[in-house]
Design a protein around this ligand. Structure first.
Ligand code: GDP
Ligand code: IMO
Ligand code: MG
Length: 469
């Protein structure tokens, strides 16, 4: 029998489909917001600016947190006082930050690379802090997997480059090789896990492509079959689900990983990661148009760090760099490597704002500078006798640049217990005002410690009311 699809019928069917998609989230406490908003948190530097901590703070005002890109190369830290009064430190690599909060739903969208073993382990380790967290996590069927063979290839490549001067210094989490499979159309996705024949086909293709020993085939198939079930139970169409959430008045928070300096398209190639890291990743990695994001919040560490290789104009290889590392505890969350350190680079930060059009910037780790008598800020580059004020993300060119610093007097007093932004020491406020002027952007808040409460939101800015101070 022929059923005509009139507009009324179409609307009813689409509404039913939407309800069916939202139902599993409602079962985990999803409720609409009185003031729905859409937010993205990104970094202005290489990464490690405190996106995890910022996302966790913002999650209190959003119902859903979505990771859109990268994989477990990310390392995000959250510090908060648990219900027993004890300070708790959470380190997550794959789970969206903020999911420790019992009413926050997490989504890994299509652009995220997923290591299933890591995901299972992370969920298990968070269960004690946040009971039932596994039920609140949903995963895109289109997300690609990182297999053990991708990690072996990452290791093999980095080991082969050692001592040649061309090692990237990757996290060795298999990110690059997994993306190679993805773009070469031999990647395995969450959706494919339902089909054992396809699993074998894709793994065979990858083993051949990377010219790996034959036993890698069996090892990887076994690994996938062992881990696939939990992922399949979480599978969703994340692009549609995010549209549904927005259409039904939910506040959605997109959590960035890494930073623009290592963006595949815009970063210092080849010293980049292999994923998009700038705001456009919300479009590619979640299918959500970036123009509809209300708040693009950038974290800018009060000084500069880098882990891995690549040009770093304001890097300090002397005592100062070591002191910043010690005061800021600058050791990689993912690899434990020492982070390279130097004064804040405003030439680079201005470029990050061009790339991402941040609506507000949060200066993080201000307290790390509390004991410095003099604080430097890189305001320009000197290259072959020429003074430059525009950043050019080209390794060879940056290697020839020397930093031009402007110095500020330090405030030489602890800032962590400051009660409000306005009560920060005058010298600290001057330092912050200078950054805001040079970047032509709103400085909406500063953070003065790792805890969720260690944030000073500036009255009257776009973050006032969005972040509970
Ligand atoms: P992400 O990758 O951007 O999420 O940042 P990471 O978590 O890798 O690195 C930031 C580190 O600084 C973490 O150890 C945080 O706990 C810590 N942190 C964040 N904000 C502050 C702050 O304002 N002051 C201090 N002292 N530490 C902070
Ligand atoms: P979060 O989210 C800082 C760097 C690595 C290396 C380069 C390529 O915590 O800010 P990859 O393993 O991605 O192929 O390595 O990218 N890198 C990061 N640096 N923060 C991160 O994430 C990073 N993720 C990758 O050090 O230089
Ligand atoms: Mg990090």
């Amino acid at each position: 029998m022929h059923t005509p699809i009139d507009t009324e019928y179409l609307r009813t069917q689409l509404a039913k489909r939407r309800d069916a998609r939202l139902e599993p989230l409602r079962a985990h406490g999803l409720r609409p917001s009185a003031e729905p908003t859409i937010t993205w948190v990104g970094d202005l530097q290489q990464g490690d600016g405190g996106k995890g901590a910022m996302t966790d703070r913002l999650a209190a005002q959003h119902q859903v947190v979505v990771r859109v890109q990268g994989g477990d190369n990310a390392g995000h830290t959250t510090v908060f006082r648990a219900s027993d009064g004890v300070d708790t430190v959470l380190k997550n690599h794959l789970l969206p930050s903020g999911m420790r909060r019992p009413d926050v739903i997490g989504i890994l969208a299509n652009g995220v690379l997923i290591n299933l073993e890591r995901l299972d382990a992370e969920l298990a380790s968070f269960e004690a802090i946040s009971p039932g967290i596994g039920g609140r996590l949903f995963v895109s069927g289109r997300a690609h997997l990182i297999l053990p063979l991708h990690r072996s290839v990452d290791d093999r490549q980095e080991a082969a480059r050692e001592g040649t001067g061309s090692e990237i210094g990757t996290t060795r989490r298999g990110i690059g090789p997994a993306n190679v499979c993805k773009v070469n159309r031999i990647g395995l996705r969450v959706h494919d896990l339902a089909d054992p024949t396809l699993i074998e086909k894709r793994i065979r293709e990858a083993v051949e492509f990377f010219d790996l020993p034959k036993d890698e085939f069996e090892r990887n198939v076994e690994w996938v079959l062992f881990h696939r079930q939990a992922a399949l139970t979480r599978e969703v169409d994340s692009a549609r689900l995010i549209d549904d959430l927005v259409a039904t008045n939910h506040s959605v928070l997109f959590e960035g990983a890494q930073g623009p300096l290592i963006d595949l398209e815009h970063g210092i190639y080849p010293y980049v990661t292999t994923s998009p890291t700038a705001v456009y990743s919300v479009g590619s990695g979640a299918g959500f148009p970036q123009q509809q994001i209300d708040h693009r919040i950038g974290v800018l560490k009060a000084y500069q760090t880098m882990v891995g290789n690549g040009a770093f104009v304001s890097e300090d290889l002397s005592e100062l760099g070591q002191r910043l590392r010690a005061e800021g505890d600058e050791f990689g969350t993912t690899t434990g490597r020492q982070r390279r350190c130097g004064w804040l680079d405003l030439v680079q930060a201005r470029w990050a704002i061009e790339v991402n059009r941040f609506t507000s910037v949060v200066i993080t780790k201000l307290d790390v500078l509390d004991s410095f008598e003099r604080i430097g800020v890189c305001v320009g580059y000197e290259r072959d006798g020429e003074l430059l004020v525009e950043f050019d993300a080209e390794h060879e060119s940056l290697e020839r640049c020397r930093p031009v610093f402007r110095y500020f007097d330090g405030w030489l007093e602890p800032t962590t217990s400051t009660s409000s932004f306005e009560r920060l020491p005058l010298a600290a406020r001057e330092f912050i005002a200078f950054i805001g002027e040079q970047l032509s952007v709103e400085i909406g808040a500063v953070t003065v410690g790792p805890r969720d409460t260690d944030i000073l939101v500036r009255t009257g800015t776009s973050l006032d009311g969005l972040v509970a101070a």
